[in-house]
Unconditional design. Structure first.
Ligand SMILES: *Cc1c(COP(=O)(O)O)cnc(C)c1O
Length: 366
């Protein structure tokens, strides 16, 4: 059995550190908004290279608070991609704005910057690129377009902790960067979690208000906000795991190199692309094949976990029926969605396991 992801193996590598931190929190009974979360916000901002970070309780909350904090509201339009996790668009519609989808590149699976300007209208307020699977979007072009049209940029970096575009980390380009700490992410909590990175001090203060009932000082509610707080246990665990994030990502990258080498001559299997000027962090290792469903079933029968990220594009989801999109609107995204298959990928994946996965793929071809 080789799972798509093995969280247990990761836990065993840090078990003693985690349990001692959790014990300490239990002894102190300080569970919410304490020193662990505060320390983590500083550490994470330092790691990404932004001035500030505001921890929240999910990646979805990070996206939603970013949009609210930047003043995006009813009647506004935000340009994003159809081939992401649903939450990317959901955050936009939940603040009352309209997600406007833009097709992606066949190689990076990220937003096609040549098609963004066609989508800009008088109502457009922001571009929300997703660094899908851990491969950064083309941030130079996105920033240039945003500057020319006076648009905000919100990065969905929920799959790209530690990824780099021209030696700068994702999450440090936009007006905000949004991260998820869902357990399976490159930096995963032991529960729900998320964070917003920004260089904007005024926005930082507004995000802190929005996160916790608009309260400051205690007893005074300046604006109507939310309860989107991260808890201390997650803060402590994330502080521990952040120390190892580069090591984890380097292991993922090493695994990706081995996969790619072994898959080079396998017919009808396309390995994931990596731009020469980026550091892809392989949240997922996604191959493309015209025999996706058959191969997936074959591998699952041989005890190898696979996934499809994502089988149904957002513009065709029942929730967005009223937006009026139809099959054929985004030919590249639609083609890719039928070919993609995620193979086992996690830091602790062994060379031997990768050999087994590729041997099974070759067996399928025979
Ligand atoms: C995981 C993810 C989210 C949502 O994060 P949650 O922590 O699950 O709310 C948003 N966008 C992308 C691209 C993601 O992968």
């Amino acid at each position: 059995m080789i799972p798509l992801i093995d969280l247990k193996k990761n836990y065993l590598g840090i078990k003693d550190e985690v349990l001692s931190q959790i014990n300490k929190i239990f002894d102190d009974c300080k569970f919410i908004m304490g020193e662990n979360v505060e320390k983590f916000e500083k550490n994470f901002a330092d790691y990404i290279g932004t001035k500030y970070a505001v921890a929240v309780n999910s990646g979805t909350a990070a996206l939603q608070l970013s949009l609210l904090g930047l003043g995006i509201k009813n009647g506004d339009e935000v340009i994003t991609v159809p081939n992401s996790f649903f939450a990317t668009a959901e955050a936009i519609s939940n603040v009352g704005a309209t997600p406007v989808f833009c097709d992606v590149n066949d190689n990076t699976h990220n937003i096609n910057v040549n098609k963004i300007e066609d989508k800009i209208t008088k109502k457009t307020k922001a571009i929300l690129p997703v660094h899908l699977y851990g491969h950064p979007s083309d941030m130079d072009s996105i920033k240039e377009i945003a500057k020319n049209h006076n648009l905000l940029v919100i990065e969905d970096a929920c799959q790209a902790h530690g990824a780099e575009y021209k030696n700068k980390k994702t999450g440090a380009f936009g007006d905000t960067g949004c991260f998820s700490f869902y357990p399976s992410k490159n930096l995963g909590a032991f529960g729900e979690g998320g964070i917003i990175t920004t260089d904007n001090e005024e926005l930082f203060n507004k995000l802190k208000l929005l996160r916790a009932h608009g309260e400051n000082p205690k007893g005074t509610h300046n604006i109507s906000g939310y309860n989107f707080r991260l808890d201390e246990i997650q803060g402590a665990i994330l502080n521990i795991k952040l120390k190892y994030l580069d090591r984890y990502n380097n292991s993922r990258r090493k695994n990706a190199v081995l996969y790619k080498n072994l898959l080079t001559d396998v017919p009808n299997i396309e390995s994931p692309y990596e731009d020469p000027f980026v550091k892809h962090v392989y949240h997922l290792f996604v191959i493309k094949t015209d025999f996706r469903d058959e191969l997936s079933r074959f591998l699952n029968n041989k005890g190898i976990g696979t996934g499809i990220h994502y089988p149904n594009l957002i513009h065709l989801q029942p929730a967005y029926k009223e937006l009026g999109y139809k099959l054929g609107d985004f030919p590249v995204s639609e083609k890719i969605s039928k070919q993609i298959l995620s193979l086992p990928m996690f830091p602790e994946l062994t060379e031997e396991q990768i050999h087994i996965v590729v041997d099974k793929i070759k067996e399928f071809r025979l």
